[in-house]
Ligand binder design. Structure first.
Ligand code: ATP
Ligand code: MG
Length: 434
């Protein structure tokens, strides 16, 4: 027996029940993004490898060990499946000189690729949507992006107990991080015996990342380490306070987590994460912050920037855990029919209903009325449209409510759309409520 082909480990099919929920979610997200003036941008899934090494940083988990990089066998180019969206987005902004007439608020969504160990909430192809605001230096945009997230959680019913919590921190500026780094290395060198493999390796390359370790054995050392926040200068502190003031004004609760660093090198000043306890170890649903250096680092005229990305799989899992699943609408009408002439009338009637905006599924593949009604019921449709020989002969259809106790009605074809409309959108109170 030949072996069935399987998808690549960590790369998931999103089947119709879930895909419909994703679509309902995406629809909500689109309105929400528009409410804050963000405009869409779509970048390629594949970029030149050096883009990510330069943007994300050579000594990060992503670039060191998570990227799907390959040589294009046709022309020898070094390519990478994008592990995140910010680098591509900034690349596109620079390539097309989008900042020539002022700041931009942009959003994108789609698959990202990281070669990680697959587990719940961690996949090799996963999906994010992200936003980037370019050209805006103040703490107001940082705060607006955070407040924006809070509004989305509200729209999704995710706030309150056991919902999503906000953690913020400031990474300051390069000189402040350099001073802190020197202090941190000096401190960690005193405890080098207790560090794990990763920690020893990162000690002189990316010691800040050691603070972010998930190894329980290192928690005590990390807890007592010099804090970046104690090294911040006046401007950085002022920016951080500006963000906090606006969060307080908006009544958004937050916790300052001095150990919050990000796994990508380009961040400065404000960083934030929205985290939940409901998803086990993979608890970060949304992460972002300011990255004022990246535009220049990628060859552009310096421009401040700030953004975040959300993991859609984790958000959908959280919705499921909290019973707040978005439901996709079922069809309005399922058309059942028996006989040749009836089949043709059914086909026409379905098109007439779609002309009025109805979602209609026409039964195909034959079968008795009984078996067709089973399908109609399973489809979740509100109404069945029945066309038999008798209806076909008289150019009529029968409308049968499937979700409420009510008499079916037989009407001439040219009254069908109005009657269906009455059933679906009003006229009958009971029906509306169901
Ligand atoms: P983590 O600490 O969980 O590895 P990260 O810091 O690598 O996250 P970011 O690069 O900031 O994550 O990506 C933003 C969001 O994308 C994360 O908060 C998470 O929701 C989601 N995400 C990141 N990696 C994955 C993955 N492998 N599978 C599913 N979702 C992911
Ligand atoms: Mg990661």
């Amino acid at each position: 027996m030949s072996q069935t082909l399987q998808a690549i480990r960590g790369m998931n099919d999103i089947l119709p029940n879930d895909a419909e929920r994703w679509e309902a979610f995406e629809e909500l997200v689109r309105d929400w993004l528009a409410a804050y003036g963000y405009r869409p941008i779509r970048m390629p899934l594949v970029e030149p490898t050096p883009l990510f090494a330069r943007a994300i940083g050579a000594v990060t988990d992503i670039v060191e060990k998570e990227m799907y990089s390959f040589t294009d066998s046709l022309n020898g180019e070094q390519l990478t499946l994008r592990p995140e969206g910010t680098a591509s987005c900034v690349r596109a902004v620079l390539q097309h000189n989008l900042l020539y007439d002022g700041p931009k608020r942009l959003w994108y969504a789609g698959p990202m690729f990281r070669h990680e160990r697959p587990q719940k909430g961690r996949y090799r192809q996963f999906h994010q949507f992200g936003i980037e605001a370019l050209g805006l230096p103040g703490p107001d945009i940082d705060a607006e992006q955070i407040i924006m997230c809070a509004r989305l959680w509200d729209d999704l019913g995710l706030n309150g107990d056991g919902g999503i919590k906000l953690e913020i921190n400031s990474l300051g500026e390069a000189e402040e991080r350099a001073k802190h780094r020197a202090d941190l290395i000096a401190y960690l060198e005193k405890h080098v015996d207790q560090l794990d493999e990763d920690g020893k390796r990162r000690l002189h390359t990316n010691p800040l990342r050691i603070l972010d370790t998930k190894n329980p054995a290192l928690q005590a050392i990390v807890e007592a380490a010099p804090k970046l926040i104690d090294h911040l200068g006046e401007n950085s502190l002022k920016h951080f306070e500006g963000v906090q003031q606006l969060l307080k004004d908006a009544a958004i609760p937050y916790r300052i987590n001095p150990r919050l660093v990000r796994g990508l090198d380009y961040y400065n000043l404000t960083v934030f994460e929205w985290v939940t306890d409901a998803l086990g170890a993979q608890g970060t649903v949304c992460a972002g912050g300011r990255y004022d250096g990246l535009v220049a680092q990628l060859g552009g005229k310096p421009a401040p920037a700030c953004g975040f990305a959300m993991g859609i799989e984790r958000l959908m899992a959280l919705l499921e855990a909290q019973g707040g699943l978005l439901e996709a609408p079922a069809p309005d009408v399922y058309v059942v029919h028996l006989g040749e002439a009836a089949g043709r009338l059914a086909f026409r009637a379905a098109e007439m209903l779609r002309d009025t905006g109805c979602r209609v599924v026409t039964h195909m593949g034959g079968g008795s009325f009984k078996s067709q009604f089973k399908r109609a019921d399973a489809s979740g449709a509100q109404l069945a449209l029945i066309v038999g020989d008798d209806e076909a002969a008289k150019n009529e259809v029968t409308i049968k409510p499937l979700r409420v106790e009510a008499e079916q009605q037989r009407v001439p074809l040219d009254e069908m759309a109005d009657r269906v409309g009455d059933w679906l959108y009003g006229a009958d109170e009971d029906f509306e409520e169901d």
